[in-house]
Design a protein around this ligand. Structure first.
Ligand SMILES: C[S@@+](CC[C@H](N)C(=O)[O-])C[C@H]1O[C@@H](n2cnc3c(N)ncnc32)[C@H](O)[C@@H]1O
Length: 257
């Protein structure tokens, strides 16, 4: 699904345009896959975050919403969600999965005046499973867009699903197909700060490679170990330092008075 990095961001955006690509993306999150195991852990962590953040008008924007995985989680806890994506095939599956959310066909890099409700500002904005696949210039543009579309007292949740150093980043490097986009956790945090975001909680997982998670018993054991690590401060440090999947809960940096 995501092995076309070296063909550039423009092709990545097009990659999800077909029904087959959309269905294949959905299949990543079926019961026994590596991605679904990591996602199960992340959902628990996200649920805990979502009950603590300021609600205000309840409006959430799910950037690059894909087939609605995050939009679904948000509507389940009563956020009023607008999902934006440039792939109609992905949006069709999203609308089927989350009838209560509104999905808009849009290019996040070139917002149009035709349907500008998604421009916000929203109390919550999310961009998950996106930045690993985006080149440096567009990453900064996307983050700037996210910040502008977030209420000054709102929350931004983004992730880096190829964080380095991690076993996954090492395996991506060895395969040689995503090298240029793998970002060290420190670089990623710096990039968030430069975009005017203040990093709060970091929810970490992905200590193992996809191959490990994919194995039936071993994969379950690997997740169990992550759960144990997540229950104490040293283990949290290990996950934050060496996990490949880092979720950042950010606020908007306030200008100094
Ligand atoms: C890997 S999927 C992530 C989907 C979802 N956020 C999730 O976590 O399951 C990346 C999505 O980014 C969308 N995308 C890529 N470039 C885009 C652009 N310029 N504007 C809007 N969506 C874009 C793709 O169509 C695809 O659905």
């Amino acid at each position: 699904m995501e092995r076309n990095r070296n063909t550039g961001w423009a092709n990545y955006s097009k990659h999800f345009s077909s029904d087959d690509a959309a269905a294949a993306y959905n299949d990543l999150y079926t019961a026994e896959t590596a991605d679904s195991r990591v996602w199960t852990r992340q959902q628990r962590a996200l649920a805990d975050v979502l009950v603590r953040i300021p609600r205000g008008d309840n409006s959430a924007l799910d950037y690059a919403c894909g087939t609605g995985r995050i939009s679904n989680l948000l509507t389940e806890v009563d956020w009023s969600v607008i999902g934006v994506d440039s792939s109609q095939a992905m949006l069709r599956l999203a609308q089927e999965r989350v009838p209560d959310a509104r999905f808009v066909d849009g290019n996040m890099l070139e917002p149009s005046a035709i349907d500008d409700e998604w421009l916000g500002p929203h109390m919550l904005t999310t961009a998950i499973r996106l930045f690993l696949n985006v080149d440096e210039i567009h990453r900064a543009k996307l983050l700037e867009g996210l910040r502008l579309r977030t209420n000054a007292v709102g929350t931004v949740i983004v992730n880096n699903h190829g964080s380095s150093p991690s076993l996954r980043a090492l395996s991506l490097r060895m395969r040689g197909d995503q090298d240029s986009n793998v970002l060290a956790s420190r670089q990623f945090e710096r990039m968030l700060e430069l975009s005017g975001l203040e990093v709060g909680r970091v929810l970490s997982s992905g200590l193992w490679t996809r191959q490990v998670y994919r194995m039936s018993r071993v994969g379950r054991f690997a997740i169990w170990i992550e759960d144990q690590l997540d229950s104490n401060s040293f283990g949290k440090w290990v996950l934050r330092r060496f996990g490949s999947d880092q979720l950042y809960v950010c606020t908007i940096r306030q200008p100094h008075a």
